[in-house]
Design a protein around this ligand. Sequence first.
Ligand code: GLY
Length: 346
Amino acid sequence: MQQLTLNGTSGVSDIYIESGLLAHAATHCLAHFAPSRVHIVTDSHVAPLYLDTLRAQFTMPVSVTVIPAGEEQKRLSTVETLYHDFLAAGMTRKDLVIALGGGVTGDITGFAAATFLRGISLCQIPTTLLAQVDSSVGGKTGVDLPEGKNLVGAFYQPRLVLIDPSVLSTLPPQTLCDGMAEVIKYGCIANPTILDLVRAPDYRSHLQHIIYECVKIKRDVVAVDEHDTGLRQILNFGHTIGHAAEKLGNYTALTHGQAVAIGMVAAMKLAAATGAPDLTDTLTEILVQHHLPTALPYDREDIYHALLSDKKNFGGTMNFILVRTLGKAEIKPIPVEQLHELMQVL
Ligand code: GLY
């Protein structure tokens, strides 16, 4: 089993990665927590696949909330449902909440755990590649508002993250590709050997190693900047233009991974326009191999206007993450007028 520890200011997070780990989840939970009862939050896609395997391992009372699958559940009313379910189950601060699922389940459950009784023990068991390499690690939790995504939330480290790559075998192919966009992001910003690994035709047999390398990068970045005021912004490589594209498609035309893929290619073009070597072809080739799109599906003027309303627009300047050499990311503040000129290359 591979292990990483994240020492955050709001708590320590132990991260275990091993194929087959889900079958031993309770042993690891009970080594970290001493709950009288356990509440599992999962969704309608994951419950039929993995809920029984997890629930059957605990000898104390286990209660469950199954939320309908889908991003539209990532809202305050779902969190309120969880509070009511926690209370109905008799959960106290010494009990344990487990998030079993993808990014939506993890974000909602994390926020509910951060705020219920001002904080209750949390274990994340991510079941998508995106959640395994990104959202389950690092303590970002939250929900969307009608005005925008992730506008309400808290930093709250899960004390334990159990990553079982074998559960990825049941993912729909598109969902795996979405996670690969985040994996490729880590390769670009911090470790180009990840790009070599994902280029290999048999990359799926090395997923555990690939996940470990990605999570190690995230652990190192979050350890330096847990509250996202500096270095952590490099994890947003491809996300700025990606978010603009997601917004223009009303969050339904593109998946998050597709938007990030498009955004990374655009960011590579912007880096080249500022004098860096052009890495666009290298990146495009890898994304295409993983069935991810690379071309902007919207007019660049529309993208520019969507960018202006982004929460990352600080007083007329936007921080872009640029990669001039594979494996190295730079946070580059770009005034919005200059951005408009640079975007002519897109
Ligand atoms: N998903 C980016 C971050 O955790 O900062």
